[in-house]
Design a binder for this molecule. Structure first.
Ligand code: FEO
Ligand code: CA
Ligand code: CA
Length: 628
């Protein structure tokens, strides 16, 4: 038996806590959640699993009594005629029929459509980006660019995007099926633009002079599900693929705001494929940065970029159905000092007619968030003609406000946050949790109550409270919310971390760099982490933590899962019955140097093969619910 770590808490005292805060951020200390007084983790009732210990090693760990099945790995065949995975020799045609690289967002969509099945469904998975040096042998920083041929680049373009795979639960666990639902989206897949920016002159390109058709989703990170059972995936760090500069003054300003032309990590993409060279086509980059809606139940459905939801580096797009039937989508822009957004649909969701919701995300209002030190949160509309969003500031219609969403949000005075990743609403009590993963570039002179730590290496989580929350009827569409800090991540035993948790945190219950989150069917929050290179600073692997109540109703946080070295943990996603938990393990082993020298060869552990990002299906040996 692994020892259960129990101890009294070492949460910093309020006096200690206040000492490191600037005067401007004193309000944050008074805005911490008060979910419990703290105390030993004795007799945990709600979260009754044996906690995983901190540490770092080549493989994954789940608590005793749990099983983690490797369900889908990078390169696994999913479409008819797909070749078997062959390390080091992937082709574009082969990769486009196989499971992609670096799995992130995971959605379980029950089959048949409209059912609440937890035994058969479509697994919809994002493939964010490629770790090129771990895909082909012999690459290093000196030779990588010249080693990436056109064919290899095309294979990389086929490795990102999205997979839909039918899965079924049987006597020996989950299995993937050869199914007509299975499909792949890549960086080249045909998609359509819709909403206010569709057809705009600024999305008209050499390839599509009308501005309605485009190709590919780039760096889709996390995502969301709509009430009408489609999935929302999104372009995130699309700038990494683009190079070059344009003479067009307006587009140059626009590109600079998104890092286009200044951070072309994949320099071989524009070299082989002209559309990624801004000097050749100044508007191709404007076809990225959008939320993409995909209907996985319609096998030939066209993925649609919903421009009404704004253009930025979308981490995710998560939905809440408002009390009046309008749909609210919460959105984070994943970069340091960027903003939070929400979209409120103009029309109402129709539960009786799925097709009536088809274009619900094309019409509505996009807002960005301003946090006040007194705990108020104001949602500022990004509407052409209102406030500074006028011709005087070089906006000429709503399409331009959306194409340059970041500049619009700058002008209305949104609050610059510590890298907004996942933002999810707990549909049981209406409380929204925003993961701010970290921001080591924030200095003392730029602190505020919502971003209270300088050199924020460990990140924090904000709670957003719409009117009525916590409660069963809340107003997600309201112009004003309240907010508070849920936790300041880091090790509470290290005074320099200035960590702070609501209630109890066990020896292994502290975490760093919250990235993704989910709620189980009981409404409990689960937090996944992505420290990147910051894991060297904490000495702990990334993982998944559960938050819930103990036997006497005190709030506790416990580590449930530990990732293999180098990996971050994505998903997470529960089946409707809470008996399976899917986790996407992204970039295992990248703490190592390259293909031949990875940090781990997870999950196959075969000599000479590279690590493979993979999705785990976690269940209990006794078949009961996860975490009870
Ligand atoms: Fe892909 Fe938001 O990190
Ligand atoms: Ca993320
Ligand atoms: Ca991440």
């Amino acid at each position: 038996m692994m020892p259960r770590h129990r101890r009294d808490l070492t949460v910093p005292t309020r006096r200690h806590f206040i000492r490191y805060l600037s005067l401007a951020s004193l309000a944050a200390a008074s805005r911490l959640s008060s979910a419990g007084p703290g105390g030993p983790l004795a007799n945990v009732r709600g979260l009754d699993f044996e906690e995983i210990a901190h540490g770092v090693d080549p493989t994954h760990h789940v608590p005793p009594g749990y099983v983690a099945q490797v369900l889908l790995r990078w390169g696994d065949p999913i479409l008819p005629g797909a070749p078997a995975w062959s390390p080091g020799t992937i082709s574009a045609a082969g990769q486009a029929t196989q499971f992609g690289y670096n799995n992130d967002f995971v959605a379980f969509m029950p089959l048949p459509l409209g059912s609440a099945s937890s035994a058969r469904g479509l697994l919809c998975v994002n493939h964010e980006f490629t770790n090129t040096q771990f895909i082909w042998p012999g690459l290093n920083t000196m030779n990588i660019s010249r080693s990436m041929s056109r064919e290899r680049t095309a294979a990389e373009m086929a490795a990102v995007g999205h997979s839909v795979v039918e899965i079924e639960l049987g006597a020996s666990g989950w299995r993937t099926k050869n199914s007509p639902f299975n499909r792949r989206l890549t960086a080249d897949s045909p998609m359509r633009l819709s909403g206010p920016a569709a057809g705009h002159t600024r999305v008209q390109t050499n390839e599509d002079t009308q501005g309605y058709n485009c190709r590919g989703v780039l760096n889709p990170c996390s995502g969301g599900k709509t009430p009408w059972s489609t999935v929302l995936i999104a372009d995130e760090n699309f700038n990494l693929m683009f190079a070059g500069h344009t003479q067009d003054r307006r587009e140059r300003r626009n590109h600079q705001r998104y890092g286009v032309g200044s951070s072309n990590v994949y320099s071989w993409w524009p070299r082989h494929f002209e559309r990624f060279n801004v000097a050749r086509d100044s508007r191709e980059a404007n076809r990225f940065g959008w939320v993409v809606e995909l209907d996985p139940y319609e096998t030939d459905s066209m993925p649609i970029k919903r421009t009404a939801l704004g253009r930025f580096k979308h981490e995710a797009a998560t939905c809440a159905l408002n009390r009046d039937g309008r749909v609210v989508v919460y959105l984070g822009d994943d970069e340091t000092f960027e903003y939070l957004y929400k979209f409120v649909s103009a029309q109402r969701f129709d539960a009786s007619d799925r097709s009536a919701n088809r274009n619900l995300l094309d019409e509505g209002t996009l807002y960005t968030a301003r946090f006040y030190d007194d705990g108020r949160l104001e949602w500022l509309p990004l509407r052409f003609g209102s406030g500074p969003l006028t011709r005087e500031n070089d906006f000429h219609d709503q399409g331009e406000v959306l194409i340059e969403t970041r500049r619009a949000a700058d002008l209305v005075g949104a609050t610059r946050l510590d890298r907004p990743e996942d933002v999810e609403a707990n549909l049981q009590d209406g409380v929204i949790y925003a993961m701010l993963t970290n921001n080591t570039s924030r200095h003392m002179d730029a602190l505020d109550a919502a971003n209270p730590r300088s050199h924020n290496a460990f990140g924090h989580i904000l709670k957003l409270l719409p009117p009525g929350a916590p409660g069963t009827v809340v107003d997600h569409a309201a112009d004003e919310f309240q907010w508070e800090i849920f936790l300041l991540a880091g090790n509470p035993d290290e005074p320099a971390h200035h960590a702070r948790y609501p209630g109890a945190v066990s020896a292994n219950g502290w975490l760093a760099s919250p990235d993704n989150c989910a709620f189980d069917p009981k409404g409990r929050l689960w937090i996944a982490s992505d420290q990147g290179r910051g894991s060297a600073r904490t000495g702990i692997a990334d993982g998944l933590w559960a938050c819930g109540e103990d036997a006497v109703g005190r709030f506790v946080i416990k580590r449930f899962f530990r990732a293999p070295i180098g990996a971050e943990v994505c998903g997470p996603e529960f089946t409707p019955d809470g008996r399976t938990l899917f986790l996407a393990i992204q970039h295992p082993g990248v703490n190592g140097a390259d293909y031949d020298h990875p940090g781990t060869r997870w999950p196959d552990f075969e000599h000479g093969t590279p690590p493979r990002p993979a999705v785990l299906a976690i269940t209990r040996e006794d078949g009961d619910e996860i975490g009870v």
